[in-house]
Design a protein around this ligand. Structure first.
Ligand SMILES: C[S@@+](CC[C@H](N)C(=O)[O-])C[C@H]1O[C@@H](n2cnc3c(N)ncnc32)[C@H](O)[C@@H]1O
Length: 311
């Protein structure tokens, strides 16, 4: 790491380039990226057109073109710098593949610009790894958390990586599964029903609300689901997971507590379950405490008749 404009910046991904990569542009050695790529490897991308929502550093673009032999990848990001970063990563490390990548310049919120819609409409597969935790600065979330846990959120310095971990909860409150942190992803699925109903989706997902709930979300948007990869990983110390403790508390006594069960572990094998409240308390006391959760890659195959959430 080094500093640019007082911000920590990860070393360049291309070995010999001086160009800095924003600190949160995901590292190929990050377990989330590794699991995502294990899933992408199994997604049958050879000769197919892909759109990546939230393209990050471009590590997946490179992987899908070089290792999975996708015919073409287009991608965008809410952070306007990242499609450029992805483009230059490709130009430096695999120039022979660069003309098969189409960066959609941004900022692009999901698929909210014409070029993103056109590219996604032509895609066989749409892939994404998007935040599933409400922004601790969000006013609706602040009220929810305070009511459930009787304490204010740990806001701290939002930091440059905020957008990679959190989403604005209030903005997605009309989505049926926003209450379990799936509002941003639902908004993407809703958009895809209109823009790219033919496309498969491949999503890299945290399973902290339980895999059964993730499957239910995809099913309710008309996708048949298939698990492509999974691993138990350490909870990222920089992400405030008190949302899950508040959710667990809110569901107690409602009859839904067995349907949506937050899943954390005290060991990397997933043998010892922790409640979300226990996981949050452990990390509050010691950010290096061993707290784990599963991540998985789910593929959604579109089924013909579906039009939107059916919950
Ligand atoms: C967890 S990172 C994943 C990056 C990359 N896909 C990977 O797996 O290495 C999430 C990415 O989604 C982007 N993002 C967050 N909210 C978004 C939104 N509403 N629309 C588009 N991209 C978004 C972030 O800027 C970030 O690059």
């Amino acid at each position: 790491m080094h500093l640019v404009n007082d911000r920590p910046v990860r070393a360049p991904l291309g070995a010999d380039s001086p160009e800095p990569v924003p600190s949160y542009a995901f590292d190929p050695a990050d377990p989330w990226t590794q699991v995502f790529q294990a899933g992408l490897r199994r997604a049958g991308l050879r000769g197919r057109r892909v759109y990546e929502v939230g393209v990050g550093s471009g590590a997946n673009v490179l992987f899908m073109l070089r290792e999975c032999d996708a015919s073409r990848v287009a991608g965008s990001d809410l952070d306007r710098r990242l499609p450029e970063v992805a483009h230059s990563l490709l130009a430096r490390t695999a120039p022979e593949l660069a003309d098969r990548f189409r960066p959609v310049h941004g900022p692009v919120n999901l698929l909210d610009v014409h070029e993103a819609v056109t590219e996604a409409a032509a895609a066989d597969v749409v892939v994404a790894c998007l935040p599933q935790v409400p922004d601790p600065y969000d006013p609706l979330y602040d009220r929810f958390r305070t009511a459930q846990l009787r304490t204010a959120a740990h806001r701290g310095d939002p930091g440059e990586d905020h957008v990679a971990h959190y989403y604005p909860w209030t903005a997605f409150n009309d989505q049926p599964f926003n209450s379990v942190g799936m509002g941003l992803i639902e908004a993407l699925l809703t958009r895809l029903k209109t823009v790219a109903p033919q496309a498969e989706v491949v999503l890299n997902l945290g399973c902290r609300i339980g895999k059964a709930t993730l499957v239910q979300v995809l099913r309710s948007y008309g996708y048949r689901t298939e698990e492509l990869a999974s691993r138990i990983v350490r909870q990222h110390a920089g992400t405030d997971i008190s949302f899950f403790a508040a959710l667990e508390n809110a569901m107690r006594g409602t009859g839904y507590e067995h349907d949506v069960r937050c899943e954390f572990y005290a060991d990397p094998q997933g043998r010892t379950r922790l409640s979300a409240r226990e996981a949050t308390s452990l990390l509050d006391a010691d950010p290096s405490a061993p707290v784990y959760h599963e991540i998985c890659v789910l593929r959604g195959h579109p089924q013909a008749a579906a039009t939107g959430a059916t919950r």
